[in-house]
Design a protein around this ligand. Structure first.
Ligand code: NAD
Ligand code: UDP
Length: 311
């Protein structure tokens, strides 16, 4: 049995990770400040005596004896990470420093949930890990993008300078059950709007693209990455390469939900990336032929059912 710390454990992805790690017979500590996460996401796990929850902000040091740390704490939706940009930077940079300091002190392995946002508005398509990205350092998204880029640098340098065993994954757009109805990201927005018969809000013309990964596929890739040998540090892309335009996504959701909603077009936010699609050859090679198994259609059906039950 391993003891595992999950920062951001009460968030959308964190709650799925805690559940999977507990199911595999580990002891799990969820650490969260509940900014975007919620106890509701993990309440079903509280009966498990091997699950602990801690209310804590990773911008403050934290100490526990654990074997592994998954560092997920950080708001991920643009509306949430732009709400308090300075705090977002501190969470990525000071938070990562605190968690790396902990990993160094107790000799734990530590995995960083980085993001496809490190590629910014990419000029290379699809994006391989070797691409350095195209990020506006002073734009609306920079608090998140540059925070996560700096966190990657911290991880690599704790590894090189202090031999900390690190793993970096770059997560591409992920969706699934337990996303907040007010999360603000495109899949939850469109499904909630479709189910309520409200207008579907496309920002821009809808010709920008994203590649959507179902959360179970991500969790599988994340755990395989943590279990790689110590020579593997990443960064490694984890995402589903099937690419869709946002207009295409809106039409799909209207069709599946049989909704009467109309599509409306609103201004495209500053620096919104025009295209995004992971090159996952490195993940396939490194993570025992890992690849996503759940198609967008199948994943949407699960999430639509979930939102029907919570709205
Ligand atoms: P989320 O907002 O649901 O989860 C983030 C969790 O971190 C929340 O529970 C929140 O309360 C907690 N948190 C935020 N700041 C904190 C702080 N300072 N101290 C302690 N806890 C804090 O988002 P998510 O989609 O589950 O994302 C989880 C991680 O995965 C994030 O690091 C995010 O950057 C990364 N990621 C997610 C996606 C995606 O598409 N969902 C894509 C790329 C990267
Ligand atoms: N988007 C949209 N309508 C919405 C929410 C998002 O058209 O109600 C667009 C957004 O402008 C972006 C894409 O959908 O081009 C994905 O947005 P999301 O916030 O989910 O993720 P990110 O932009 O961080 O990839």
């Amino acid at each position: 049995m391993k003891r595992i710390l999950v920062t951001g454990g009460a968030g959308f992805i964190g709650s799925h990770l805690c559940e999977r790690l507990l199911n595999e017979g580990n002891e799990v500590i969820s650490l969260d400040n509940y900014f975007t996460g919620s106890k509701k996401n993990i309440i079903h796990l509280l009966d498990n005596p091997y699950f602990e929850i801690v209310r804590h902000d990773i911008t403050e040091p934290y100490f526990a004896e654990v074997d592994e740390v998954y560092n997920l704490a950080c708001p991920a939706s643009p509306i949430h990470y732009q709400h308090d940009p300075i705090k977002t930077i501190k969470t990525s940079v000071v938070g990562a420093t605190n968690m790396l300091g902990l990993a160094k002190r107790i000799d734990a392995k530590i995995l960083q949930a980085s993001t496809s946002e490190v590629y910014g508005d990419p000029k290379i398509h699809p994006q391989p890990e070797s691409y350095w990205g195209n990020v506006n350092p002073i734009g609306l998204r920079s608090c998140y993008d540059e925070g996560k880029r700096c966190a990657e640098s911290l991880f690599i340098n704790y590894h090189k300078q202090n031999d900390v065993r690190i793993k970096i994954i770059r997560i591409f757009n992920t969706y699934g059950t337990r996303m907040n109805t007010n999360d603000g990201r495109v899949i939850s927005n469109f499904i909630v709007q479709a189910l309520k018969g409200e207008n579907i809000t496309i920002y821009g013309k809808g010709n920008q693209t994203r590649s959507f990964q179902y959360v179970d596929d991500l969790i599988e890739g994340m755990i395989r990455m943590m279990n790689t040998d110590d020579t593997i540090t990443g960064p490694i892309n984890i995402g589903n390469p099937a690419e869709f335009s946002i207009l295409n996504l809106a039409e799909k959701i209207i069709e599946i939900t049989n909704s009467s909603s109309k599509i409306i077009f609103e201004p495209l936010p500053e620096d919104d990336p025009m295209q995004r699609k992971p090159d996952i050859s490195l993940a396939k090679k490194t993570l025992n032929s890992w690849e996503p198994k759940i198609s967008l259609d199948d994943g949407l059906l699960k999430v639509i059912k979930y939102f029907e039950s919570v709205i």
